[in-house]
Design a protein around this ligand. Structure first.
Ligand code: FMN
Length: 330
């Protein structure tokens, strides 16, 4: 049975990728995930803000970026609070490349075009097989238009893809007025693939202490539905790769993502909850399903439930929406 897939031009032995998270900060952990069957790993992000701190420190001749005035006045973590400093990030990447045989994807995380995008060159030189760009931001300034926000992301992608030869993917937000159009524009700027989607971490309110509490909650399979929908809509039109990130917890979730059109799925929550053994369990689920449905090659399964054969996807989605609202009878 062939579970191979091509993601960002890389041949992967199966579609399971470890998503951006602290797993890759630790070499032993990364090895265990490779042994369990992971086909590629995405490193934790290196953030624009960290790189800026380092560059400011250089500018002001400070011995360490931790002495920078900028950090004391900002909402952001201090330099020491990040998991990996930019230089330890590069060293960790080099070590991962030496210790592992599967591809290692570095992750750069920023929101405005700037000097930080040059770091892509250093990640490539350190051996990254590909680069994932995360442009997470919540546009709260009323003066900022959707065009401004998308223009910044497109400019970041253009600069990075012009700088490196390795494939570059973009981890996207689902909240764009016309995601299909924006996805096509990202491809035009050189993106080799998209990761659907960033999760938006919603802070809660503490009603006794009157405080806002940032809290990281792990995902559930229910979050997969948003991804399935957009995989189905985008996969017939895009030339590049699609990865599904968010809500993949079981073999069934993995199969659904592939049927929607994903070349790969990225796992984080399920690995934090169950450890590396979640990977062989999911792959067993995929194999059993393929045997049951008489498939021998994953390439032939991918996209079987996307909207390729639908003449009018917008009308199809609208009709589904109306049917769902009409389905509840009292
Ligand atoms: C502890 C933790 C750290 C994460 N760090 C990053 C990161 O550095 N960069 C990034 O793009 N996503 C990061 N993510 C988001 C994950 O890569 C992933 O998109 C998200 O958890 C959804 O996948 P899941 O449902 O499998 O958890 C992190 C998630 C968790 C839980």
């Amino acid at each position: 049975m062939n579970l191979e897939t091509t993601y960002l031009g890389l041949t992967l032995r199966n579609p399971i990728v470890v998503g951006a998270s602290p797993f890759c900060d630790n070499l032993d952990q990364a090895r265990r995930l490779e042994e369990a069957g992971a086909a590629a790993l995405v490193m934790h992000s290196l953030f624009e803000e960290q790189i800026d701190l380092e560059q400011q420190a250089l500018l002001h001749h400070l011995e360490t970026p931790a002495e920078s005035h900028y950090e004391a006045t900002s909402y952001f973590p201090t330099y020491d609070e990040y998991h990996l400093t930019p230089s330890t990030y590069l060293r960790t990447l080099e070590r991962l490349k030496t210790a592992l045989t599967i591809p290692v994807i570095a992750s750069l995380n920023g929101r405005r075009p700037g000097g930080w995008v040059d770091y892509a060159r250093r990640l490539e030189a350190a051996g990254a097989d590909a680069l994932e760009l995360n442009t997470y931001q919540l546009a709260s300034d009323p003066a900022l238009t959707g065009e401004d926000v998308e223009g910044d992301i497109l400019e970041i992608v253009r600069c990075v893809t012009a700088t490196v030869k390795i494939p570059v993917s973009v981890k996207l937000s689902p909240f764009h007025a016309s995601l299909s159009h924006f996805a096509a524009e990202l491809e035009q700027q050189g993106a080799a693939g998209l990761v659907l989607f960033n999760r938006f971490y919603q802070p809660d309110f503490d009603i006794d202490e009157l405080e806002v509490i940032p809290r990281l909650k792990l995902s559930y399979s229910s979050e997969l539905l948003l991804r399935l929908r957009w995989l189905s809509i985008l996969s017939p039109h895009l030339k590049g790769s699609l990865a599904c990130s968010g809500g993949v917890h079981t073999g069934e979730d993995l199969i659904k993502a592939i049927l929607g059109g994903a070349h790969a799925v990225q796992l984080v929550s399920v690995l934090l909850e169950n450890g590396p053994r979640a990977i062989p369990a999911m792959l067993d689920g995929l194999r059993s399903w393929m045997i049951e449905h008489e498939h021998t090659d994953l390439h032939k399964v991918r996209g079987a439930l996307n909207l390729k054969r639908c003449p009018d996807p917008a009308a199809h989605e609208r009709a589904n929406y109306i049917k769902i609202l009409q389905s509840w009878k009292i």
